[in-house]
Design a protein around this ligand. Structure first.
Ligand SMILES: *[C@@H]1O[C@H](CO)[C@@H](O)[C@H](O)[C@H]1NC(C)=O
Ligand SMILES: *[C@@H]1O[C@H](CO)[C@@H](O)[C@H](O)[C@H]1NC(C)=O
Ligand SMILES: *[C@@H]1O[C@H](CO)[C@@H](O)[C@H](O)[C@H]1NC(C)=O
Ligand SMILES: *[C@@H]1O[C@H](CO)[C@@H](O)[C@H](O)[C@H]1NC(C)=O
Ligand SMILES: *[C@@H]1O[C@H](CO)[C@@H](O)[C@H](O)[C@H]1NC(C)=O
Ligand SMILES: *[C@@H]1O[C@H](CO)[C@@H](O)[C@H](O)[C@H]1NC(C)=O
Length: 534
């Protein structure tokens, strides 16, 4: 933390501009170190009590979620287009990043101001797409809300930004010579799911010349930027916790290296408690329950909303420092103090040590965490599966993740395993705690191959985990015994899918349990052993 100025979350002095530049330069170096060096780590966790699966949330949220999920598929496509469309901007930004990197090697105060500008441009790159290269340093940018992304809306204010919790409003007071006769106003949902109706809106307003004269006065001044975002939505299911809030928060704020304050709408104490390690790393300042906040908080920069690139994903070309999903897993592991990168998967490390120590002759078996879902999509023959896995030569750890489980301990349990096995569902989100080359073995319910890949499979690969899927046959689905072989869900899930998300959800997500045929599963276990041995 910069030493030349002090700050507390409520009454920080504004640092001198060179102090600020130095601080930004330090952030830059820290982040760069992160990318170049590093290992990481962080966290995730998993909870599955009651409605803790993706599908269970569908149950609760019912209608709203239906709409949401339907648009998700569409969003993915549009997202691609968007990425292509903005490619040019991104390239420009990347070149800038690159040049700061070189400067970074010989960092000194003289280059600090330039870095500040470059970092700001990077952070702005996802803004409204305007050409901002004609904006001179020190000139506050106008508050600009970008409503063009299919997933999120976002507003960014640089300059005199004031946050008023009482009416959930963020004001921009332009410098005297830039005030106009009219203001401008937006209201946006401050999370990555802009279409989720029950996320409340935040008002963002540029004051006109007349309004600026009577702008509400600051009751506290802060030296660091603030980010306003919502903690409600589909949170409580770990997949959504990460996909909707934590990864977008990482994308939006990691580059500040902790020098940022969170103003949270629809504050959720359980969320703050559960993800404390991640949140306190992303921001070293108090988290503010914005709806209960009184007074007028003034910041040099405020971001309203969170950027998000895809379901549980990161597009490195759209982040300030090319962050990848691998970086994110490393970051999570680091934040949870799991062993640094460079170690092998646990059973190999254990056997290496034994060989070197030379005392014990017994080989450590690979350890497999078997997720026991209590609600929907459960294994109805769990004891039989567990016995088969043990017979194949694994040590088995059967775990039913609970919502109030401490992630600090749970992350260590996952880290101690070579394989994470479970039916498609939110508990697999704990794959962030696995070591490089550990295996995620996803049991794919009847008809859900597509979801299995896009919600987990591709991300596991991106994060240098080994991704394995075991797709069940229809005879292994309880749908078969419930509805008989002639029912559409049993006979032709793709045709069912075409009839809409409602039916897909009802049958494939919510109504099927799994009776794994351990005879048919056995070759998969042998393949798993070979994969681990490589
Ligand atoms: C952005 O603006 C600058 C200066 O006004 C100009 O030189 C540059 O060509 C513009 N870039 C784009 C991509 O429009
Ligand atoms: C920057 O350029 C844009 C488009 O080229 C223009 O609309 C805007 O007024 C310029 N801003 C300044 C501060 O010169
Ligand atoms: C919120 O309250 C502030 C201060 O009382 C006021 O200036 C602002 O206009 C209000 N915003 C809205 C959208 O009502
Ligand atoms: C956040 O975590 C990173 C990586 O572990 C570490 O380098 C950094 O100092 C941490 N920042 C804060 C504010 O704790
Ligand atoms: C980001 O990626 C681009 C190319 O993919 C590379 O040229 C650039 O150096 C990278 N930037 C950083 C900070 O790693
Ligand atoms: C289980 O799988 C084996 C091997 O594929 C198959 O021969 C057997 O019929 C299956 N058992 C059931 C009950 O479907």
């Amino acid at each position: 933390m910069a030493g030349d100025w002090s700050s507390s979350s409520s009454t920080a002095a504004v640092p001198s501009s060179s102090g600020m530049a130095r601080r930004l330069a330090r952030h830059h170096q820290a982040v760069l170190g992160f990318l170049l060096g590093f290992f990481v780590s962080v966290v995730l966790y998993t909870t599955v009590s009651g409605p803790n699966s993706i599908a269970a949330v569908h149950d609760i949220e019912n209608g709203q979620k239906d709409v949401l999920t339907k648009t998700m598929g569409k969003e993915r496509i549009e997202d691609k287009k968007l990425v292509d469309g903005t490619d040019m901007n991104k390239k420009t930004a990347k070149v800038q990043v690159h040049s700061t990197d070189q400067l970074g090697q010989t960092a000194n105060d003289a280059s600090g101001k330039l870095k500040e500008e470059l970092i700001r441009q990077e952070l702005d790159q996802d803004g409204d797409g305007n050409n901002r290269s004609n904006v001179t340093r020190g000139t506050p940018l106008k508050p600009i809300c970008d409503l063009s992304d299919p997933r999120y809306d976002i507003c960014e204010i640089s300059g005199d930004a004031r946050a008023i919790g009482a009416n959930c409003t963020v004001l921009y007071v332009p410098p005297a010579d830039e005030r106009g006769p009219d203001g401008a106003e937006w209201t946006i949902r401050d999370q990555s799911r802009k279409d989720l109706g029950y996320i409340d809106k935040v008002n963002v307003k540029t004051l006109s010349a007349a309004q600026s004269l009577v702008a509400p006065g600051c009751t506290s001044r802060h030296a660091v930027p603030a980010v306003v975002f919502a903690m409600n939505g589909l949170t409580s299911n770990p997949w959504h916790d990460f996909s909707d809030v934590l990864i977008p928060l990482f994308i939006t704020t990691r580059a500040y290296d902790g020098e940022v304050q969170f103003l949270v709408t629809d504050f959720r104490p359980w969320f703050v408690d559960k993800y404390r390690l991640i949140l306190t790393n992303l921001s070293r300042y108090d988290i503010i329950d914005f709806n209960k906040d009184t007074g007028v908080r003034c910041y040099p920069h405020i971001v309203v909303g969170l950027r998000s690139h895809s379901d549980l994903g990161i597009d490195p070309t759209r982040t300030p420092y090319n962050y990848t999903m691998l970086d994110f897993r490393m970051y999570i592991r680091d934040v949870f103090s799991l062993p640094p990168e460079g170690q092998g998967i646990p059973f190999k490390e254990a056997n290496k040590k034994k060989k070197n120590g030379g005392t014990s002759t017994e080989e450590q078996k690979p350890r497999l965490m078997l997720i026991n879902r209590a609600g929907i999509r459960k294994f109805v023959n769990l004891p039989e599966i567990s016995a088969a896995v043990q017979a194949a030569g694994f040590e088995v750890l059967v775990v039913e993740p609970l919502r109030d489980m401490r992630l600090e301990e749970f992350s260590r349990e996952v880290d101690s395993c070579d394989v994470l096995m479970g039916a498609h569902g939110a508990a697999l989100t704990s794959f962030f705690f696995l070591r490089t080359n550990a295996v995620m073995l996803q049991v794919v319910p009847w008809g859900l191959e597509r979801e299995a890949m896009s919600y987990f499979g591709v991300h596991a690969k991106d994060m240098m985990l080994q991704d394995m899927e075991y797709s069940i046959t229809v005879e292994e689905s309880t749908l078969y015994e419930k509805y008989g072989k002639d029912h559409l869900a049993v006979r032709d899930p793709e045709a069912l899918r075409k009839q809409g998300w409602q039916l897909l959800r009802k049958y494939l997500w919510d109504e099927q349990d799994i009776r794994l045929n351990v005879t048919r599963f056995s070759p998969t276990l042998h393949q798993l052993l070979r994969t681990l041995g490589e």
